[in-house]
Design a protein around this ligand. Sequence first.
Ligand code: HGY
Ligand code: MN
Ligand code: MN
Length: 449
Amino acid sequence: MAEPIRIQADPGGPAARGATRGRVGSGVASLPLHEARVDFPRLRADIEALSAIGRQSDRSISRRAFSPADMQARAWLRERIEDAGLEAHQDGAANLHARLGWDGSPSVMVGSHIDTVPSGGPLDGALGVLVGLECLRRLRELDYPLKHPLESVAFSDEEGRFGGLLGSQAIAGQLSPGKLHKARDLEGVSLVEAMAAHGLDAMDALQARRRPESLLAYLELHIEQGPVLERRGATIGVVEAITGLFKWEIRMLGTPNHAGTTPMDMRNDAFTGVVEFAAALPRLLDENGSPQSRATIGRVELQPGSANTVPGAAICSLDVRDPDPQILRELAEAMRRSLSAIARRHGLMFEFEVLSQIEPVACDPGLVDRIDAAAESLDYRKLRMPSGAVHDAQIMAKLTRVGMIFVPSLQGMSHSAAEWTAWEDIEAGANVALRVLAELACAIHTPAS
Ligand code: HGY
Ligand code: MN
Ligand code: MN
């Protein structure tokens, strides 16, 4: 076993300037592990401060990847990392890491994202990043001897302004020059332009790749974004698997024509095709999916878009999810067949582009048990469950063992201003994350698992 790394506990020493280097230190672990808890008032203050960045008049939050609000949040986070005496590091994909005891040996990583959907909530992603920061700060204060370095990361563009899960895909080596050049948002702004506006070169994302052997495990705490924990009265979700998805852009193509002079039976109305497809989704899921299957059309655009013109083109998004890869394949085939039949019936053409395809993943059984045991020993009510949302964790699963901790979402709401989690549940989740990270990275006696 590697010689435990000891961190200078001296607040004024070199470590204070964010240059925390392991292996030298005089601290002695001050608190037994089972008594270790996060500094909750400090974590709460961070959550409140970050949620003020990108706040909109309707109380929702908008921090789209590489937007001014996202950059402001990144600058704020970097300052908090350095104030904590941790080493701040930004990789080629602009993922922002906080490091503790960094010596280049295989590390334990914890993370999530601080970018949001256009009118998002204060906790989706942000909670996991701030809990990760708090855990590294707290482990530095507790001064447990480290077996392995720790890093807490805020991944770039998880929410998909430029395709989604960008930062974790960069680390997993899943990006290509073509994919980076092609990536653009709904307004047509390219990733290359958006990053260049902040002095960043999108192609540097290709350098962010990490070797699997550079990581020992990845942990992510996230809000559930669903109603299950609240309904079951549980505080901690022990995630066993993370759903997969495919995202398409569908284009139904008909004939634009005059709204007044074109008889109803002589139209090739593209919008009719999308409406019929949307109405068919529940049946398609019943016939080809599982109880965990989900299908969503979140965006529809009609062209030319004038009230007195029969739409010649109807462009819509399609987001389909299921934790079983075979069911996802069957759903994709059923959707394609349905689109083809509808197009034929209405004299339309259709095409679709696969925007993203994310495999479902199983979390590491050892980490699942460790999270479960930590919740048990901290006396929190827990529930083993799947994740219906996708997360950076499932990309990191390509590189290393992953585990996820969920905390309840009030009325299951997320991706909106109504997104919230009770403070005591946030504190509980953070304490479970602290325990698991300490067991993974610190040289202290831990129950086998
Ligand atoms: O879409 C998702 O599941 C995640 O919130 N980005
Ligand atoms: Mn989200
Ligand atoms: Mn998220």
